[in-house]
Design a protein around this ligand. Structure first.
Ligand code: SF4
Ligand code: SF4
Length: 176
């Protein structure tokens, strides 16, 4: 098990606790299966720490060859294009479901439930609900604290960079 895994698991657990707390007060919270708007409008290629990537690799390794082939193509397209925002290459475009949901990065777990001091809320759909006064009693998570904890989980690199290296290693050890 990677050295940083326990710290990552604890971070997941703390986020789950905050999410459950918010959902308990708002059972009809906007984030739900079928809403993938945030996955389709990422501001940039996601950055992952080494610990997050180690976990994500396990999810990737469990995918079917067809899914991996599709992801590889989507990663290549993403890496070659300067266009922003971007669609996450790990989103299944036919079902709008995350292909690595159990192994997804921290940002995917906190998005929608956390706010950053300088930037406020991330999701514009949720922001609109706040503006309408429909989410007044929410105690948002503090994303600055999440960032501080992430900074201790190894180097941070772009998803496309981690993925390209992983594919190369896999291809190099694949039998002829
Ligand atoms: S953060 Fe916003 S866009 Fe993403 S799942 Fe939640 S409601 Fe949908
Ligand atoms: S990893 Fe999954 S949850 Fe995160 S942005 Fe990509 S598709 Fe969405």
């Amino acid at each position: 098990m990677p050295a940083d895994r326990p710290a990552l698991v604890q971070l997941h657990s703390d986020i789950d606790f905050r999410v459950a707390d918010i959902r308990a007060v708002h059972p009809d919270w906007l984030c739900a299966k079928g809403c993938a708007t945030c996955c389709r409008r990422l501001a940039d290629v996601p950055q992952l720490t080494a610990a997050e990537w180690a976990l994500l690799q396990e999810g990737l390794a469990a995918l079917s060859p067809q899914h991996l082939q599709d992801i590889t193509a989507a990663m290549a397209t993403l890496g070659a294009s300067p266009a922003r925002p971007v669609t996450c290459p790990l989103l299944d475009p036919t079902t709008d479901a995350c292909l690595v949901y159990v192994h997804r990065p921290v940002a995917c777990r906190s998005y929608g439930f956390y706010a950053q001091r300088d930037k406020g809320l991330y999701c514009h759909d949720i922001e609109a609900h706040v503006a309408e006064g429909r989410l007044d009693d929410v105690v948002w998570g503090n994303h600055d604290a999440i960032d501080q904890r992430l900074a201790k989980l190894g180097e941070s690199r772009a998803l496309t960079t981690w993925f390209a290296e992983w594919r190369q290693t896999k291809d190099n050890v694949a039998p002829c």
